[in-house]
Design a binder for this molecule. Structure first.
Ligand SMILES: [Zn+2]
Length: 478
């Protein structure tokens, strides 16, 4: 393989007289001399293994007695797919299997590695006659697992059901903890979506989307949109074809999708390549998605993330709150919101701006039970954000006090407390501590059993919240 002799010497040094120890319950075991195979957990192991196993793969590829399968538009027959120490062979006749076993045995004699025949499984594709298979028949399974994904008869169900119950367990575990949006998205991305996306490359199911899937700059929380992520994954695969990357997968792709979607590549229309008469399964879906987006997104040499962002942009639905207030510049509000460092405070303001704090009115619209839907301060009007922050008569004095602080201390002479300033936060970032202090103290003190001195108590809470904001969001203007 033409490795430099220096490199080979280094590997020899690393692998001469080596031993390992195992930690069991915190205690180190005795030395284990390593006389064969590679070290477990060593970063170079994978590469060494790949180099060794490649020798076997080369030998199989060169063996003209093994047929493998022909892939349209691909120069050579494909005989095996090697996934680390897991080897998959696709074949159309039985002799291939025997010849491959022979190759494995020969390889074993030289390298000391053995094929584990007990772990060998066969999946029938289509309906081949297996009467003469003899002892091999017992190796035939309804489903087999390759790289963590099941293929075969009930593959879709097995793949998703397992993932689904795993997911429920995971979510139950995380549910017990109190998280901010940012944490939730992190957990979703790291522990939950990752598992699903992997399977989704092969088997796709659809889920719903909401406002929170939008990017921060558009007033969202960047919660991954599963449906769009799946579509982006499929679209991203087309990039391979567009960039002329010639792998087995490109050939398979062209074969199954080419004739029906010539628009992907003009040269597909020239009938230079063989094409399947029908598009199958995943490719059919891929084609539909591609046709849906082809004129609206750019696919050439883009990253997966870029494709996803383009899909988000294309499927953009205007936020409810932006429809309600069409004359307000929300872009500026969303940018300001991103500059709030503290996650608790940011989430709170986010909920105020989107008007999703669970007020009495909000709860009654969603048929939640609460003793009264009236404002707990005045006990007269229905509790809405607008009422609490801009209208409630009981809070007039408190409102005036805070307003005068902003007008005088901060030199915003024309400032007034209204929906635009106190709910939509359509204000300078400098004023965020004051408005946050104001709305948060009203919200937090709603059910305090106060008869007298309401304004004093609210003012105390206000100063506390304003100070807290400043401490937790140092230099918010930078
Ligand atoms: Zn009121």
């Amino acid at each position: 393989m033409n490795f430099p002799s220096n490199f080979i010497r280094w590997i020899e040094i690393i692998y001469t007289n080596i031993s390992s120890k195992v930690i069991i319950n915190g205690a180190l075991s005795d030395k284990i001399e390593i006389t064969r195979s590679i070290r477990q957990g060593c970063p170079i192991s994978m590469s060494i293994y790949a180099v060794i196993i490649e020798a076997l793969a080369c030998k199989v590829r060169r063996n003209n007695n093994i047929q493998g399968i022909q892939i349209p538009n691909h120069n050579t027959n494909v005989k095996l797919f090697q996934h680390a120490d897991d080897c998959s062979i696709i074949s159309t006749n039985l002799t291939d299997y025997e010849k491959l076993l022979e190759e494995f045995k020969q390889f074993g004699l030289v390298s000391g590695s053995k094929i584990n025949e007990n772990k060998t499984e066969i999946l029938k594709i289509g309906n081949p006659n297996t009467k003469n298979y003899g002892s091999i028949n017992k190796l035939i399974k309804d489903e087999i697992k390759v790289l963590g994904i099941w293929f075969g008869k009930n593959a879709v169900e097995i793949n998703w059901k397992k993932k689904y119950y795993g997911l429920i367990q995971q979510i139950d575990k995380w549910k017990k903890r109190k998280f901010r949006y940012k944490h939730k998205v992190l957990v979703l991305n790291t522990y939950i979506i990752s598992k699903f996306l992997y399977t989704a490359r092969i088997y796709i199911e659809l889920l719903n989307r909401t406002t929170i899937t939008k990017q921060y700059k558009d007033g969202g929380q960047q919660v991954p949109d599963i449906k769009l992520k799946c579509e982006a994954l499929l679209l991203y695969r087309i990039t391979q074809v567009l960039t002329g990357n010639s792998s087995v997968w490109t050939s398979i792709f062209i074969y199954f999708i080419g004739i029906t979607t010539r628009t992907i590549l003009p040269k597909l229309a020239e009938n230079m390549y063989r094409h399947s008469v029908v598009t199958i399964g995943q490719y059919e879906r891929l084609k539909c998605i591609y046709l849906k987006y082809q004129s609206n997104i750019i696919l050439n040499k883009k990253s997966f993330k870029d494709v996803y962002l383009q899909l988000l942009e294309f499927n953009n639905v205007i936020n409810k709150i932006e429809i309600l207030y069409p004359n307000v510049n929300f872009q500026h509000i969303w940018i300001n919101l991103q500059r709030v460092n503290n996650m608790y405070i940011r989430d709170f303001i986010y909920k105020v701006v989107h008007m999703i704090l669970p007020t009495g009115a909000w709860l009654s619209r969603r048929k939640f039970y609460r003793q009264t839907y009236k404002c707990s301060y005045c006990n007269k009007h229905v509790e809405t954000l607008e009422h609490l922050f801009t209208k409630c008569v009981t809070l007039t004095y408190f409102r005036t006090l805070v307003c005068s602080i902003i007008q005088n201390e901060k030199n915003y002479q024309n400032f007034s407390m209204n929906t635009n300033t106190c709910i939509l936060f359509n204000i300078d970032i400098d004023l965020f501590p004051y408005i946050y202090g104001y709305v948060h103290s009203i919200w937090a003190c709603r059910y305090m059993p106060v008869e007298e001195h309401l304004s004093e108590i609210l003012m105390l809470k206000y100063y506390k919240d304003e100070l807290l904001y400043k401490q937790l969001n140092k230099s918010p203007t930078q």
